[in-house]
Design a protein around this ligand. Structure first.
Ligand code: NAP
Length: 274
């Protein structure tokens, strides 16, 4: 496993996205991932599966300190009192005293960013999160968050895969020393079958999904692909033994022009234009 270091955090570069991994089957998939060597789990209050993440971790026998666990509090809980209550609920569900990374899931349009960032800082100072960060923040929102924070923000979790141009927000993350954590890194199933990715994969004996993950690795991002298929789980970890050429990286970068955003709910901020 490779790691990305950012503002004091040491983050396994491939983690398991656990959205929709719920119930007994969800616990089993997370457990399988841990058995295969995953050491980074991404959950959220909204996913309703913090209990499954905690149960899989305990069943795996992997030491708590060896796993990097992220959870997220939704923007509907962005007010400091509601935020603090929700963090306690998340930890109770996980049955853990702290998470490695606590994020605000989406920027709130109603609550001032400074209030929510204050609540994130308090959770860290109270020992409930080793690190704090944000998700779905634009360049302007990142600058606002940094003005308000008393603690380092270690990441911005955003949509990233070859079919979207996120250069502006990625550059802003770099400027702030933050890691970019790529969600929907295989474009929610739209990567398999894509001609260029399949062709490049074939040249390396890899799948299109592995090429997408490798592209993100080579751009220095952390990725959190989700799968409940043991073969896919294994393949998604197996992206550190090949290298894309400069020409292949350039071809994949060109696909950014497709500008296909997979996740943009009504509460999304005004995204940065490419
Ligand atoms: N912060 C946010 O606002 C936000 C938003 C969305 C997602 N996320 C996080 O990002 C994670 C990943 O996003 P996602 O789950 O929506 O999408 P994704 O990881 O891009 O795609 C998941 C889909 O790809 C398939 N897949 C996975 N590995 C594959 C492989 N090697 N070959 C072929 N198909 C493969 C999976 O099916 P199988 O199960 O059959 O493998 C599943 O249908 C989420 O689970 C969540 O943790 C965060």
């Amino acid at each position: 496993m490779q790691y990305v270091d950012a503002n004091g955090a040491h983050i396994p570069q491939i983690g398991l996205g656990t959205m929709q991994l719920t119930g007994e089957a969800g616990t089993q998939a997370i457990r399988t991932a841990l058995d295969l060597g995953y050491r980074h789990l991404d959950t959220a209050a909204f996913y309703g599966n913090e209990k499954e993440n905690g149960a899989a971790l305990r069943a795996s026998g992997v030491r708590r300190d060896d796993v990097f666990i992220t959870t997220k509090v939704r923007e509907s809980e962005a007010r400091p009192d509601a935020f603090a209550r929700k963090v306690d609920e998340c930890l109770a569900n996980l049955q853990l005293p702290y998470v490695d990374l606590l994020l605000i899931h989406w920027p709130s349009k109603e609550v001032p960013i400074a209030d929510t960032i204050g609540a994130l800082c308090k959770a860290k100072k109270d020992g409930k999160a080793r690190h704090i960060g944000v998700s779905n923040f634009t360049v302007a929102l990142l600058d606002e968050a940094w003005k308000a924070t008393s603690e380092p923000l270690v990441c911005n979790q955003i949509e990233a895969h070859p079919f979207i141009n996120q250069d502006k927000v990625i550059d802003a993350c770099k400027r702030h020393g933050m890691a970019v954590v790529a969600y929907v890194p295989i474009a929610r199933g739209k990567v398999p079958g894509a001609e260029a990715l399949e062709r490049i994969g074939k040249a390396h004996g890899k799948s299109a999904a592995q090429v997408s993950l490798r592209y993100l690795v080579e751009r220095g991002m952390v990725s959190i692909p989700r799968s409940s298929n043991p073969e896919h789980l294994k393949a998604n970890l197996d992206v550190f033994d090949f290298k894309l050429s400069a020409a292949e990286m350039a071809e994949l970068k060109k696909l950014n022009d497709t500008n296909m955003r997979v996740v943009s709910p009504p509460h999304a901020p005004q995204w940065d234009t490419p």
